[in-house]
Design a protein around this ligand. Structure first.
Ligand SMILES: Nc1ncnc2c1ncn2[C@@H]1O[C@H](COP(=O)(O)OP(=O)(O)O)[C@@H](O)[C@H]1O
Ligand SMILES: [Mg+2]
Length: 382
């Protein structure tokens, strides 16, 4: 199998506007790779350069070591699926899928088309026209039409964007299944962090034409390196503080007069100013006199709101500084429940703490998140 992509210093300008900025990436064969970022950050432009539809101002694109930067689009072993499925309305489903094969005068077109329709589970729909299919079915036809050409790499630009939520979740699982079955390289562009996390092996988070962090969904979620990534991928509580101690394994940060520890390998603060970060579902809400276990951080607060969601409760807690943090507590306890107005103690495992550069804007990534239509406060299962 082949299909390893290398992007080396890719840059694209439109006039004065640098849209893709010296971008370098390696996308290994057989990976489901997501480019994740807010609208306008340069995702589509990057994909169009890979497809040969846009010419980079500088940089190179290699496929299995071959330089394809100057190759014409149809000479590249890549295919693209767009958000607008771009099916031919006057052709039947079969004719749509067969289109590329006919253009290239391939043999055994009928068999190949049948095989693809089987793969996307639309065998019986071959003689229909696209407008006689649902959105999800049309998307699967667009997929079959791209895959029938046996590309080494499939490029997908917000392919599920036009589908409603339920269908989108279903198609996420189906797409992932098809990718695994064919062992193809998928490059999937999306602004939807949940979609990227559900499907991708590797995610490159993009902002203003650059990659800000690259990793598996778990790495990015558990160990964000910037405020932007901490806020864009999931919800983070960020507490401003001052670094007061650096040791081999932990950094210590003063937050409101309390000493909070974070693992040294999760520290990104260069100087004195830091943001301590912790995800809402990592927090425990305990009584003020609770004996906090060793290896945990603790901070006091007052509950200002609680929203019971069935699987758990979403708390807002005001700290001494006046800052509010979110805690999501699973519905597992049998005893009394904490309620609004209660003084409590928040505690959490040091291992669940990250420490970010304090000079970064604590709201970085929030706007991007907002534009992507993801609420600022949410929790597991909410
Ligand atoms: N053909 C073009 N001419 C001028 N500007 C463009 C063109 N295509 C994209 N842009 C601009 O480049 C930026 C990135 O666009 P795009 O790659 O489509 O972002 P994304 O897919 O991440 O939403 C946007 O500001 C957009 O307006
Ligand atoms: Mg786009």
């Amino acid at each position: 199998m082949s299909g390893t992509l290398e992007l080396i210093g890719l840059t694209k300008r439109f006039g004065q506007n640098v849209v893709v900025d010296d971008l370098s990436l390696e996308i290994p064969q057989g990976h489901f790779f997501a480019l994740l970022g807010a609208s306008g950050c340069g995702k589509t432009t990057t994909l169009r350069m890979l497809a040969g539809l846009e010419r980079p101002n500088s940089g190179r694109i290699l496929l299995d070591g071959d330089d394809i930067t100057e190759k014409r689009p149809f000479k590249r072993p890549l295919n693209t699926v767009f958000q607008s499925y771009a099916l031919f309305p006057h052709l039947t489903v079969e004719e749509n899928v067969a289109f590329g094969l006919k253009e290239r005068r391939q043999k055994q077109i009928k068999e190949k088309v049948a095989e693809m329709l089987e793969l996307v589970e639309l065998k019986e729909f071959g003689s229909r026209k696209p407008n006689q299919l649902s959105g999800g079915q049309q998307q699967r036809i667009a997929l079959a039409r791209a895959l029938v050409n046996r590309p080494q790499v499939l490029l997908l630009d917000e392919p599920l964007g036009a589908l409603d939520l339920k269908l989108r979740h279903q198609m996420q699982i189906e797409l992932k299944g098809i990718q695994a079955e064919l062992d193809l390289t998928f490059v999937h562009v999306t602004h939807d962090q949940e979609e990227a996390m559900t499907m991708a092996d590797q995610i490159a988070v993009m902002n203003e034409g650059r990659i800000v962090q690259l990793g598996t969904p778990i790495e990015l979620y558990e160990n964000p390196e910037t405020v932007f990534v901490a806020n864009f991928l999931g919800v983070s509580n960020l507490l401003p503080g001052r670094v007061v101690g650096r040791r081999d394994v932990v950094v210590e940060v003063d937050v409101d007069g309390q000493r909070i520890k974070a693992p040294a390998d999760r520290n990104r603060a260069q100087g004195e100013l830091a943001h301590i970060g912790v995800r809402p579902e990592k927090l425990h809400v305990a009584l003020p006199d609770f004996d906090v276990p060793d290896g945990h951080n603790a901070i006091e607060g007052v509950i200002v709101s609680d929203a019971f969601t069935g699987v758990g409760t979403q708390f807002q807690i005001r700290l001494k500084s006046g800052q509010e943090v979110s805690a999501f507590v699973q519905n597992r306890s049998t005893g009394d429940r904490q309620a609004v107005g209660d003084r409590i103690q928040l505690h959490w495992d040091i291992e669940h703490t990250f420490c970010l550069e304090g000079r970064e804007d604590p709201a970085a990534g929030d706007e991007a998140r907002h534009e992507a239509g993801i609420p600022a406060v949410s929790g597991a299962g909410a």
